[in-house]
Ligand binder design. Structure first.
Ligand SMILES: Cc1cc2nc3c(=O)[nH]c(=O)nc-3n(C[C@H](O)[C@H](O)[C@H](O)COP(=O)(O)OP(=O)(O)OC[C@H]3O[C@@H](n4cnc5c(N)ncnc54)[C@H](O)[C@@H]3O)c2cc1C
Length: 295
């Protein structure tokens, strides 16, 4: 391991100034669950580590205009048990619960999970399906991106040197909607997914036709991705089991998985079709329940 400076700023402005000073040679550290391993393995060699732990104001989960905002330093465990998230977006709280072990969930942060851009992670999949937007700050400026545009390649995001993720804003579910997250992991309960699917289905007020569907997938490409072909297949249609299965089949053509110890690429493609069908069935059931409750 190489020697590096360690800085622990107490404000966002101070953190951004330090990042500006060191440029590409600085690395932010939040939970450290990924970065410490990468440093130990010599995959990254920062000359300065900038800890976000003492930065004020990044650790809140709050309601904003019908949406929920998660600060970058919120841990996976805090998101999992948050009463606000459990009430407004239970599918997201449940997704955080599916991450690894409780020890890791106590350390790993929302911002770290996004910036790390590992396509096997759970939270980005559900966040994309829910239409989340990521907040990015740099010294003297800020921008916001739909999360689905944030991931660029394997472990690569839209972040430029000197930029930080400061939070993610997740809109509430529309009326007559149901959402689900399914993580297929045939090895151990604390593993990364072999295939992960998040689905949101919104029905017309009559509860029969699908007015919109959002489907996101994890572990089946170099980034988490949106499955637009099956979404288009469902939109405006009267839902039924046959159509849901056809949408699952269509998702198979959207993915480009790698063969690894969690399964061959072919197996992951097959399981994508199966898991998308199951997720859509569950989301559809939940949407129908929400229509019945509203009547
Ligand atoms: C054994 C193990 C199993 C795991 N299993 C799963 C799993 O099944 N599902 C899952 O979803 N996750 C899993 N994780 C967690 C996941 O892989 C990452 O380790 C975690 O999300 C990173 O969060 P962190 O806060 O620890 O980031 P860090 O390790 O602190 O940082 C990760 C990267 O993000 C950058 N960074 C951190 N915060 C910011 C920020 N706010 N702005 C800009 N850049 C930032 C860092 O510079 C670094 O490049 C697992 C981790 C481990 C160690």
């Amino acid at each position: 391991m190489n020697a590096f400076d360690y800085r622990a700023p107490r404000s966002l402005d101070e953190a951004l100034t330090v990042l500006g000073e060191y440029g590409e040679d600085a690395r932010v550290i939040a939970g450290g669950t990924a970065l410490v391993t990468m440093i130990r393995q010599g995959l990254v060699r920062p000359t300065c580590l900038v800890s976000l732990r003492d930065v004020e104001g990044l650790g809140r989960i709050e309601a904003t205009n019908g949406a929920v905002r998660l600060g970058a330093l919120v841990t996976h465990r805090e998101a999992e048990v948050s009463p606000l998230l459990r009430e407004r977006l239970p599918v997201l709280a449940e997704t955080f619960r599916r991450v690894a072990t409780i020890r890791i969930r106590h350390m790993a942060t929302v911002g770290g999970a996004l910036a790390h851009a590992d396509p096997n992670q759970d939270p980005p999949v559900t966040l994309i399906a829910l239409g989340a937007r990521v907040e990015i700050r740099r010294a003297g400026g800020e921008r916001e991106l739909p999360l689905e545009e944030f991931f660029r390649d394997y472990y690569e995001s839209a972040l430029e040197p000197g930029e930080l993720v400061t939070g993610v804003t997740v809109p509430g579910l529309p009326a007559a909607s149901g959402a689900t997250y399914l993580k297929f992991l045939p090895r151990t309960a604390d593993d990364y997914a072999t295939v992960a699917v998040a689905a949101v289905i919104t029905l017309d007020p009559d509860g029969e036709r699908c007015s919109g569907a959002r489907i996101a997938l994890g572990s089946v490409g170099v980034t988490p991705l949106r499955a637009r072909v099956p979404e288009a297949l469902l939109s405006g249609q009267r839902l039924g089991e046959g159509l849901i299965q056809a949408a699952g089949e269509a998702a198979r053509g959207e993915v480009d998985p790698l063969s690894d110890h969690r399964g061959s690429a072919r197996y992951k493609r097959e399981m994508t079709a199966v898991m998308v069908g199951r997720a859509l069935t569950q989301a559809w059931d939940a949407a129908r329940r929400s229509v019945r409750v509203a009547r």
